[in-house]
Design a protein around this ligand. Sequence first.
Ligand code: URP
Ligand code: ZN
Ligand code: ZN
Length: 487
Amino acid sequence: MADFDVLITNGTVATASDTFKSDVAVRDGRIVALGHGLGTANRTIDADGMLVLPGGIDAHCHIEQESSTRIMTADDYYSGSVSAAFGGTTTIMPFAAQHRGQSLRDVVKTAHDRAGPKAVIDYAFHLIISDTNERVMGQELPGLIMDGYTSFKVYLTYEKLKISDRQMLDVLALAREHGAMTMVHAENDDVISWLTERLLTGGHTAPKFHAVSHARIAEAEASRRAIDLARLVDASLLIVHVSEPEAAKAILDARNNGLDIYGETCPQYLFLTAADLDRDGMEGAKFCCSPPPRDTAAQDAIWRGLSNGTFQVYSSDHAPYRYDETGKFNAGPNPTFKKIANGVPGLEVRMPLLFSEGVGKGRLNLNEFVALTATNAAKIYGLHPRKGTIAVGSDADIAIWDPQWQRTITVDMMHDNMDYTPYEGRQVTGWPRIVLSRGRVVVEDETLQVERGSGAFIERHPAPAKSDTSRLQPELDPARNFGAKLL
Ligand code: URP
Ligand code: ZN
Ligand code: ZN
């Protein structure tokens, strides 16, 4: 009988901290040994010339989810998870999204019903909270956190999702008390709707005006405000899909001041600009997402943020709406920018784009790449050390990465259910040849090797609650300058 199920030999292993030559032995879905001369295996994979990387964790993707205007994403849990796997991602964290009036328990059940029979890789759910009624805040949310749904996204914009600052404080305080992480979509809704109204009244309806209406100041202001709200109640906060330098600076300043503030950015803010929204005809609709891509100076700032500690997480924010009446043109064939479905696809290209332009061009080292694409998300969202690293005892979620593989991205090579990719024609170097999830070969020879539904839900646990509640009542002691003390 062989010692191991799988043995990966001759590769270069990279984690968030180290790069070293080692074989990797896998048994019963877990990594059981690292080193050389480890023993025999049922399957030996020669990874000579390859990088052996932790499979990616895409901690922000919208799959089989209805938008606030009830448009269903183009990808279900099958196409979404297959697409992720082909790009080296082995864990996805989509959303169980609450629309107002819905029970959180019900939306979690729906998410399980959708994912269980279809996902080919592992998954966990964030919640989206749009309704902070008494039942949600008093019973459902604390109960769900106890059950391991330990992260949730709230919105400061979108008519049907947004919560007020007061509601945000309630959510943050609850998250703090129960050991959960709040994620925020930070854009100032009034600024956006005010600009939108003026633009539309002036006849400025084309897709490019989406980027004008979602002004940078709207994002910067809401990001600073969200940080201050978190600061007020001493809660952790992660600002998702950051697109522009002022918001990035606010996050870095907060971290440098000792606050528990995290940042996420996405490929669209590194590889697209607002000029893409000004393509011919309605083509710009393909690039409408919120926040929108900015300019090349903003791209540079976001790149800097990936290596200077601003951003811990790099996610796709995959929000797939096809360039047809099921998606982008759900409101009709020639909609104003306000009615174009928001979101871009990116699950499959997330890691290859960052590897090629980041590691390949010397902007990031390999360990930073691993941290940003896998390890940090695993730590922040309670999946580590089971996920996000290559270590004895961790799940054997591994991307055997060919750093020399040159590919040109086209919609035809994608495995999602989209009819376009915003990155059409872009050349990248580096792509995974073989992808393993819990020791199972999921992708090899550019072919899917597993059945639908073979992915698993990954349980999480709440972090220890912060026990010092004194910071929650600073105003009771006027002699104590809370803000100055904390900062
Ligand atoms: O435009 C985007 N990002 N659409 C998806 C929903 C969200 O805000 O994350
Ligand atoms: Zn968002
Ligand atoms: Zn999103």
